[in-house]
Design a protein around this ligand. Structure first.
Ligand code: NDP
Length: 486
């Protein structure tokens, strides 16, 4: 046996007894001077940090991204500069609505977030396993998430609350259709796709802008759980997806995804018949085909869950030169909300944590101090600009081209523009094979059964608008006459 490492207090003093507290006499009370006991209890009391308000339950792994196709005509981002180029990554998967201990197999979108440690800083691709989302305005996000959580009085989940909100949010129908299809209960994290969902931008070396959507296609193929199997696993193996990912990587069965992009030249956005910045819609592949970019492989498990997975912090605001944002309103909201959540959860210096720290690039700025500043805090260097001293300065060559904006500042309600919230949900319904249509319909009937009739009727009218067959089949399952929902 190797020599045991000495157990110490946090200040490094060797601990002489880790089994028995210091007491006044054999049966006596504890002594105040047992500072080791105090430290041990006090540290334990503070072990739990705030969980993420969404995406609390997750699993993660390190990997590598390899470029397989040249896309340098669209972007100058160095990670894509050469076929064969490799970049280290860390990916975290998650469910969305449940708490940190909730079941992995819940019907819920799955988070799919990857940090690319590029030589120009970290790029976080923070997406889901669905190409669209329930709402298109971040002002509605806290309301929406409240309906996915628990009722204020009973602390129970509530189908009434969920469908009440959706019945007032017709733009959710597309995402609802994906969520209640078999893809709403993926068989772990390896057998599902990832999507940026949002539109981002690429900037090339001629300073031209392209709009871009990212897709990560599982090279393991798509595999889903039936509603019954997902429910059973939630009881017998609530950590099913976490276990599957960890054990596959331990077995050296490294999961892989092909990264693909859809590209829209900047000008085309003005006349395209769909608002390309509306996260409730996809860009049909027939208009914007997928272009291969590279392969993401996950090949190394974390050694410590808390340090590397719980403390990993992703934010769509982390971009690199050659990748930019878009006017997508939900993206704009997340640009604030994600780093803000990390500041709250981990503290203002969370980017100094090893899993979050950029690699292959020296971080230099004028930020100083704050809780848990555990590097040299900028040492003796001046922490302001402009200055005659040798301080970090700006690089104008990274400036993006200007973005033309027009219109009056106002609170616009896109619903008043009579846009079609139903067609793409119907398109998805129509491409599903018969057995998957049946599963989708049954999953929805099962979820809507406890809901008030008045809410059911409003919601059914949306399914009917997407596709009369879709709406009629659910109505029949709920015992509502089709004439009532037309
Ligand atoms: P396509 O026929 O070109 O694409 C259909 C897409 O549907 C494929 O990407 C496929 O993903 C995906 N798909 C297949 N089964 C399911 C399912 N059960 N749940 C969710 N997605 C599924 O058609 P369009 O591009 O015109 O899109 C038609 C509809 O497909 C859209 O309204 C949208 O709902 C859905 N979709 C479209 C995507 C897009 O970016 N255009 C992306 C994902 C879904 P895969 O190839 O991985 O099997």
């Amino acid at each position: 046996m190797s020599k045991k490492q000495k157990l110490t207090t946090m200040s490094g003093r060797p601990v002489d007894d880790n089994q028995n507290s210091l007491t006044a006499g054999k049966r006596g009370p504890l002594l105040m001077q047992d500072v080791y006991l105090q430290e041990k209890l006090a540290h334990f009391d503070r072990e739990v940090i705030p969980e993420r308000i969404v995406h609390a339950k997750g699993a993660g792994a390190y990997g590598v991204f390899t470029v397989t196709n040249d896309i340098t005509r669209y972007t100058r981002a160095k990670l894509f500069s050469q076929v064969g180029k490799q970049t280290e990554t860390f990916t975290r998967f998650s469910t969305v609505g449940g708490e940190r201990g909730s079941a992995d197999t819940a019907r819920d979108p799955r988070g799919f977030a990857t940090k690319f440690y590029t030589e120009e800083g970290n790029w976080d691709l923070v997406g889901n396993n669905t190409p669209v989302f329930f709402i298109r305005d971040p002002l509605k996000f806290p309301d929406f998430i409240h309906t996915q959580k628990r009722t204020p009085d009973s602390n129970l989940k509530s189908a009434e609350m969920v469908w009440d909100f959706w019945s007032k949010t017709p733009e959710a129908l597309h995402q609802i259709t994906i969520l209640f299809s078999n893809r709403g209960t993926p068989d772990g994290y390896r057998f599902m796709n990832g999507y940026s969902s949002h539109t981002f931008s690429f900037i090339n070396s001629d300073n031209e802008r392209f709009w871009v959507k990212f897709h990560l296609k599982s090279m393991q193929g798509i595999k889903n759980l039936s509603d019954e199997e997902a429910t059973r696993l939630a009881g017998v193996d609530p950590d099913y997806a976490t276990r599957d990912l960890f054990e596959a990587i331990e077995r050296k069965e490294y999961p892989r995804w092909t990264l693909k992009v859809q590209i829209m030249p900047e000008k085309e956005a003005e006349n395209y018949h769909i608002n390309p910045f509306d996260i409730t819609r996809v860009w049909p592949h027939s208009d914007y085909p997928l272009i291969e970019v590279g392969i993401l492989e996950l090949n190394r498990n974390p050694k410590n869950y808390f340090a590397e997975v719980e403390q990993s912090a992703f934010a769509p605001s982390n971009i690199v030169p050659g990748i930019g944002f878009s006017p997508d309103k939900m993206l704009q909201g997340r640009l604030f909300s994600y780093p803000d959540t990390q500041r709250y959860r981990l503290g203002v210096n969370y980017n100094l944590l090893p899993v979050n720290r950029p690699r292959g690039v020296e971080v230099a700025n004028h930020y100083r101090d704050g809780y848990m500043r555990f590097d040299d805090n900028g040492g003796a260097s001046r922490n302001y600009e402009p200055s005659n001293y040798d301080v970090p300065g700006e690089s104008p060559e990274y400036k993006e081209p200007p973005l033309r904006i027009s219109g009056d500042a106002d609170r616009y309600n896109p619903r008043s523009e009579d846009i079609d919230d139903f067609k793409q949900a119907g398109d998805l319904y129509r491409i599903l094979p018969e057995n998957e249509k049946r599963d989708l319909i049954n999953n929805i009937i099962h979820s809507m059964k406890p809901v008030s009739k008045s809410i059911q009727k409003i919601q059914l009218s949306y399914f009917y608008k997407a596709d009369p067959e879709y709406g009629s089949a659910i109505a029949e399952g709920l015992g509502i006459a089709v004439a009532d929902i037309k």
